[in-house]
Write a protein that binds this ligand. Structure first.
Ligand code: HEC
Length: 181
């Protein structure tokens, strides 16, 4: 009968399942403390890992390293110089490889003979983004997305972009041998 007395103040729930009636008992304190504790912990955890941890010097340093690594990976290591790209453009094997890359990726917009179309003519003297070998290399690597020129860096990598630049230079009689050679 002790149990029945203890429940005197508790309301009975209205439903009955399988002949069993339940009291609407208050949750025990240990249970409530666990619940509220988990809530408080979640807020602190969230605030710490989403905000505070990002400010710590170690975290900032790692972020910076990752960013630098991604940048260099995108560029595929050190970018070539004007002189290197020029030299490649005089090498028939490189030019042939560049031509294949051009035919596979660029011809649709720049034309069979680089005469232009959706993209610019690449055989004339007019360059919107600069006409030195490294300018062309950078334009192709970074693209001009808002004008419809795709970003090729992550797609082709430094090696193939260098080859295609060599091909473009070999087809453009107006690009002069760089003076530093
Ligand atoms: C989807 C169409 C498209 C493809 C594919 C494309 N381009 Fe372009 N390209 C463009 C457009 C559009 C521009 C003009 C951007 C502007 O006006 O700033 C451009 C600009 C350029 C320029 C700069 C020209 C200048 O005057 O400075 C170079 C160089 C170039 N493309 C090379 C390439 C090469 C190499 C490839 C293949 C790897 C390629 N493009 C593939 C559309 C394309």
């Amino acid at each position: 009968m002790k149990d029945a007395q203890q429940h005197d103040t508790d309301e009975l729930r209205h439903h009955i399942y399988d002949g069993i009636q339940e009291y609407d008992k208050r949750m025990p304190n240990w249970w409530l403390f666990t619940l509220y504790g988990a809530m408080v912990f979640a807020v602190i955890y969230w605030a710490y890992y989403h905000w505070a941890a990002h400010m710590t010097p170690g975290y900032v340093r790692v972020e910076k390293q990752i960013e630098e690594f991604q940048k260099s990976a995108l560029a595929g290591g050190a970018a070539p110089t004007d002189a290197q790209l020029w030299k490649m453009s005089r090498d028939p094997a490189v030019v042939e490889s560049g031509q294949k890359i051009y035919m596979a990726n660029c011809v649709a917009c720049h034309g069979q003979n680089l005469e232009g179309g959706i993209g610019q003519n690449l055989t004339d003297t007019t360059w919107v983004h600069g006409g030195t070998p490294t300018d062309i290399y950078n334009t192709i690597t970074k693209g001009v997305l808002d004008k419809g020129m795709p970003v090729w860096g992550p797609v082709l990598g430094a090696g193939r972009i260098s080859d295609v630049v060599a091909f473009v230079i070999s087809k453009n009689p107006t690009i002069q041998q760089p003076p530093e050679m």
